[in-house]
Design a binder for this molecule. Structure first.
Ligand code: PLP
Length: 448
């Protein structure tokens, strides 16, 4: 189909309901039609080049147009495009990927349960941790503690585990047995308290909640090492060690949702390693295939796997596309590419520090209250008054305005309220980082 931009927009408005979108508002404005991409750049239907500062949706880690991934998909499609794993069957790509994942994740994670997405991973862990405790003879241990403003996906269980008020308001969520404590968002909620004290205070809410509910009722705690969609909330250094201590002390399971943080984003293969967390379950998706195909994986620790295998009986759970062979083949090629290009080392030692240094220069802008980041993920806070960090009124939509200026200037930067976020492909070069930062500054100037 060869269409003009206007024709595409009309067809899109007539027949397509977008995720997380005010349909009417979008239809009035018309969607931006992305037609192709290469490296870190997108191209739209008018031929404009756009630097993708979000790696798609935090996922195109190895950049667009990687022939190695295309070849892996093509070959696997020809060899075996699909087979299921339900009826005591497996196939080479799923076995090879499971093995590879246990090699690159921390040593105590040696079993994998495959899904088709990050949300499905979180549905899986919800059922898995409850099944784990039931199998150990403690079926009353049901409650999962999460955090306000967390994002764990958009299925009913994922959105319930997540702490997004707007999502809870639609569809009567959260489902029973999920409670939320506060997030470790120092800039937004900890002004006047040292980051160290604030981190401890927020972590100790977990202990208070466990004691309030009764330890015999609590199954697990779930958290993103760095909250992504909530606004790139980087916890103070004191936070995760205290969470780990509390989980260990009360014997509750720790689930790390690494759907965004995994696969090199923070300069480690998995952010849990950087924060010193030892999760019982780890959720992976997005960067596992660099977003070329949908795939998710729940890494299961020896402690949990032993109970599931020896005492759990049949686990009545799974998806048609669990461990899809083509997605697995792409994931294997993607991980091997990451290894051959030493991409994690690059994020940790060169391009990550470079981006963080350049990004922090934006702190001198009159609209910027804070810049923060780790590896190749970063955020800045737009404020009306830099001295007091007072925000613009919500109705001013400063974040959305800045995002629009970015897009029109050729940069994808995401807005979560007035928090601006970047998470570019891990293959971005120093020159492209310079371009990103100067486009961000120009857009901030226009927002002012
Ligand atoms: N978990 C986290 C931390 C995420 O950021 C996301 C998506 O952004 C999900 C889960 C859900 O993943 P998916 O959209 O693949 O279902």
């Amino acid at each position: 189909m060869q269409q003009t931009t206007r024709e595409w927009q009309q067809l899109d408005a007539s027949h397509h309901l977008h995720p997380f979108t005010d349909f009417q508002a979008l239809n009035k404005k018309g969607s931006r039609i992305i037609t192709k991409a290469s490296g870190v750049y997108l191209e739209d239907s008018d031929g404009q080049r756009i630097l993708d500062g979000m790696a798609g949706l935090w996922c195109v880690n190895m950049g667009y147009g990687r022939q190695e991934l295309v070849n892996a998909a093509t070959q696997q499609m020809q060899q075996l495009p699909y087979y299921n794993l339900f009826f005591q069957t497996a196939h080479p790509p799923v076995i090879e990927l499971a093995t590879l994942l246990t090699e690159i994740t921390p040593p105590h994670l040696n079993q994998v349960f495959f899904t088709g997405s990050g949300s499905e991973c979180n549905d899986t862990v919800l059922r898995m941790v409850r099944h784990y405790w039931a199998s150990k003879g403690q079926p009353e241990k049901q409650v999962i503690i999460s955090r306000h403003n967390a994002y764990h996906g958009s299925t009913v269980a994922g959105a319930s585990l997540g702490g997004m008020k707007g999502m809870h308001a639609q569809g009567g969520l959260p489902i029973p047995g999920i409670v939320h404590i506060d997030q470790p968002y120092h800039f937004g909620e900890g002004q006047g308290i040292s980051p160290h004290e604030f981190g401890l205070e927020r972590a100790r809410q977990l202990e208070q909640k466990i004691l309030e509910l009764g330890v015999d009722k609590v199954a697990a705690f779930i958290g993103e090492p760095i909250q992504g969609a909530g606004g790139v909330i980087i916890p103070p250094d004191s936070y995760w060690p205290e969470i780990q201590r509390i989980c260990d002390h009360y014997g509750i399971l720790l689930i790390a949702d690494e759907v965004i943080c995994g696969f090199g984003r923070t300069g480690h293969w998995f952010a849990s390693e950087g924060f010193g967390i030892k999760p019982d379950l780890m959720c992976l998706a997005k960067g596992i295939t660099s977003g070329y195909l949908p795939l998710g994986a729940v890494m299961v620790s020896d402690r949990v796997a032993k109970v599931l295998v020896e005492e759990g009986g049949e686990f009545n759970h799974g998806f048609t596309y669990s461990g899809h062979p083509v997605a697995c083949a792409v994931a294997i090629a993607n991980i091997k590419l990451m290894q051959s290009e030493s991409i994690v080392k690059r994020v940790n030692e060169t391009i990550g520090p470079y981006l963080q240094r350049r990004w922090r220069e934006l702190a001198d802008h009159p609209l910027v209250g804070e810049t923060r980041g780790k590896g190749l993920v970063a955020a800045l806070e737009i404020v009306q008054d830099k001295r007091t960090n007072q925000r613009f009124p919500t109705a001013a939509n400063a974040g959305m305005t800045c995002r629009e200026f970015c897009f029109n200037n050729g940069l994808v930067m995401r807005a979560v309220g007035d928090t601006m976020i970047i998470s570019p492909p891990l293959v971005i070069t120093e020159e492209q980082v310079d371009e990103l930062v100067s486009l961000a500054r120009r857009s901030l100037d226009l927002t002012a």
